[in-house]
Ligand binder design. Structure first.
Ligand SMILES: Nc1nc2c(ncn2[C@@H]2O[C@H](COP(=O)(O)OP(=O)(O)OP(=O)(O)O)[C@@H](O)[C@H]2O)c(=O)[nH]1
Length: 211
C-alpha cells in the first residue's frame, strides 16, 4: 500500500487570547470560519497532510490558549515543536507589543533551531487597524522571521503561511530527511504515536474543530 505521508512534525500557534489562532487553524484544516470567540482551554490540535517539494508532510498543529492562566500547561508543548507561529491581531497594538513576550518564552522553552513565522491576523479588518504592516515587517526583520498578514475570515495568506512554515521546517531538517526516499518507515519528527491521544484540556475544549 502506498505511504500516506513521508514525514510528520509539529507546529504550534502562539499569541494573545482572541488574535484568531483557532480560526486560522480551522480555516487551514477544514476551510471553516466561525465568528464567535470561545477561548481555547489549555491546548488542542488538528492534523493535515500537505505536499511540499514532492514530499508528503503530515503536520500536527497545536492550538494553544492565549489566556495567561493556561501558560503553565501550554509551555510544556513548546519543547516538542519544530515550527511556531507568533500571532498578533492587526487591530490590537497590545497583542503586537506582546509578541516580544511570546518570542522570549519561545527562546526559553522551545528547542534550539525551532522555525518561527510572525503573523498579523485579521487583515480583513482594515478599519480597525492599529498596527501598520511596516511595523510587522520591522519586527519580523529584527527576529529574522518571515512575516504574513493573514485573515482567517477572508482566507488571506492562510495556506501560504502554513506552507511556508512547513517549508522552513523541512529545510531545517534536511539532513534527517536525506534518506527519506529509501526509508522503510516515515521519519517521525513529532513522535506522533504519543500525540494521537487527546491533549490535556483538549477533551474538554469547547471549540476543537468548529470555528
Ligand atoms: N474579522 C476577523 N475576525 C477574526 C479573524 N480570525 C479570528 N477572528 C475572530 O476573532 C475572535 C477570536 O478568534 P479565536 O480564533 O477564537 O482566537 P484565539 O486566538 O484562538 O483565542 P484563545 O483561544 O482565547 O487564545 C473570534 O470572534 C473570531 O471569529 C479574522 O481573520 N478576521
Amino acid at each position: 500500500m502506498a505511504k500516506q505521508y513521508d514525514v510528520l512534525f509539529r507546529l504550534l500557534l502562539l499569541g494573545d487570547s482572541g488574535v484568531g489562532k483557532t480560526c486560522m487553524l480551522c480555516r487551514f484544516t477544514d476551510n471553516e470560519f466561525h465568528p464567535a470567540h470561545i477561548s481555547t482551554i489549555g491546548v488542542d490540535f488538528k492534523m493535515k497532510t500537505i505536499e511540499v517539494d514532492g514530499i508528503k508532510v503530515r503536520i500536527q498543529i497545536w492550538d494553544t490558549a492565549g489566556q495567561e492562566r493556561y501558560q503553565t500547561i501550554t509551555k510544556q508543548y513548546y519543547r516538542r515543536a519544530q515550527g511556531i507561529f507568533l500571532v498578533y491581531d492587526i487591530g490590537s497594538e497590545r497583542s503586537y507589543q506582546h509578541i516580544v513576550k511570546w518570542a522570549s518564552d519561545v527562546d526559553e522553552y522551545a528547542p534550539d533551531g525551532v522555525q518561527k513565522i510572525l503573523i498579523g491576523n485579521k487583515a480583513d479588518e482594515e478599519h480597525k487597524r492599529q498596527v501598520a504592516k511596516e511595523q510587522g515587517l520591522q519586527l519580523a526583520r529584527e527576529y529574522g522571521m518571515d512575516f504574513y498578514e493573514t485573515s482567517a475570515c477572508s482566507n488571506l495568506n492562510i495556506k501560504e503561511s502554513f506552507t511556508r512554515l512547513t517549508e522552513l521546517v523541512l529545510q531545517a531538517h534536511r539532513k534527517e530527511l536525506a534518506g527519506l526516499r529509501a526509508a522503510a518507515a516515515p521519519p517521525d519528527l513529532a513522535r506522533l504515536e504519543e500525540d494521537e491521544q487527546q491533549p490535556p484540556g483538549g477533551q474538554d475544549s469547547p471549540k476543537s474543530c468548529w470555528c
